[in-house]
Structure formats: structure tokens, C-alpha cells
Design a protein around this ligand. Structure first.
Ligand code: AMP
Ligand code: ZN
Length: 113
């Protein structure tokens, strides 16, 4: 499997994990779009949100729990933050292993680009 995020999850690429449990892990985005920009991924390979099923949907909850835990630990839970997932071309997805973006440390804009 040549998936970049599977390699990160298997520690084949050296990465500092900011959070990990048996289901998910988190690390800094390499091209941050905010003062804090963290990616949260399931250990299990799921290419996009379109590939999520009833057997794997609990992973979205695990990712959300990781996001709010990190926001608290990093000190921007109260000021606020954004989580988002891009899906396929029009959604702006570039890495085909689902991931939640956690963005914080500045005011977010709406609508998104
Ligand atoms: P998306 O465009 O939603 O698929 O998001 C993919 C994200 O992965 C982008 O924000 C990239 O900056 C980020 N990214 C790509 N390669 C790496 C890497 N090796 N380590 C950390 N983040 C990465
Ligand atoms: Zn993968």
C-alpha cells in the first residue's frame, strides 16, 4: 500500500504524533493554513468519505473526539476552531486517506473558498 497517511500511521515516515489511540492519530499539517493546523486520521485506510460505511462510521466520532481534545490541550477550545474534511476533486481532497483538518489560532472566514 503506497498511501502516504498509511505510511505515517505505520511510522514508516517519521512523524511527531500529537495524539494517538488505537483508532486514530494526529500530526501537524506540512503546509499549515492557520497558526494551528493538525490532521487527524484513522489508522485504518479509508480513501474518502464516500467510502465510509456503517462498520467504519464510528471513526468519525473518534476523529472528532481527538480534535476537541487537542483543541483543549493546545489552548484554543474556548476561542474556537474549525474542523473539516475535503472529499474528492471538487472538495479539494489531495490525499486519499480520510483526514479531519483541525484549524485554530485565528478567526476563520465564511464562506470557505
Ligand atoms: P486534503 O487536501 O484535504 O486532502 O489535505 C491533505 C493535507 O495533507 C494538505 O493540507 C497537505 O498540506 C497535507 N500533507 C501532505 N503531505 C503531508 C505530510 N507528509 N505530512 C503532513 N501533512 C501532509
Ligand atoms: Zn491510507
Amino acid at each position: 500500500m503506497s498511501c502516504l497517511f498509511c505510511k505515517i500511521a505505520r511510522a514508516e515516515i517519521e512523524t511527531d504524533y500529537l495524539y494517538e489511540n488505537e483508532h486514530v492519530l494526529a500530526f501537524h499539517d506540512i503546509h499549515p493554513q492557520a497558526p494551528q493546523h493538525i490532521l487527524i486520521i484513522p489508522r485504518r485506510h479509508i480513501a474518502s468519505l464516500n467510502d465510509l460505511g456503517p462498520d467504519t462510521s464510528y471513526l468519525i466520532g473518534e476523529m472528532a473526539l481527538a480534535a476537541k481534545t487537542l483543541a483543549g490541550e493546545m489552548g484554543f477550545a474556548e476561542s474556537g476552531y474549525r474542523i473539516l474534511m475535503n472529499c474528492n476533486d471538487d472538495g479539494g481532497q489531495t490525499v486519499y486517506h480520510i483526514h479531519l483538518h483541525l484549524l485554530g489560532g485565528r478567526r476563520m472566514h465564511w464562506p470557505p473558498g
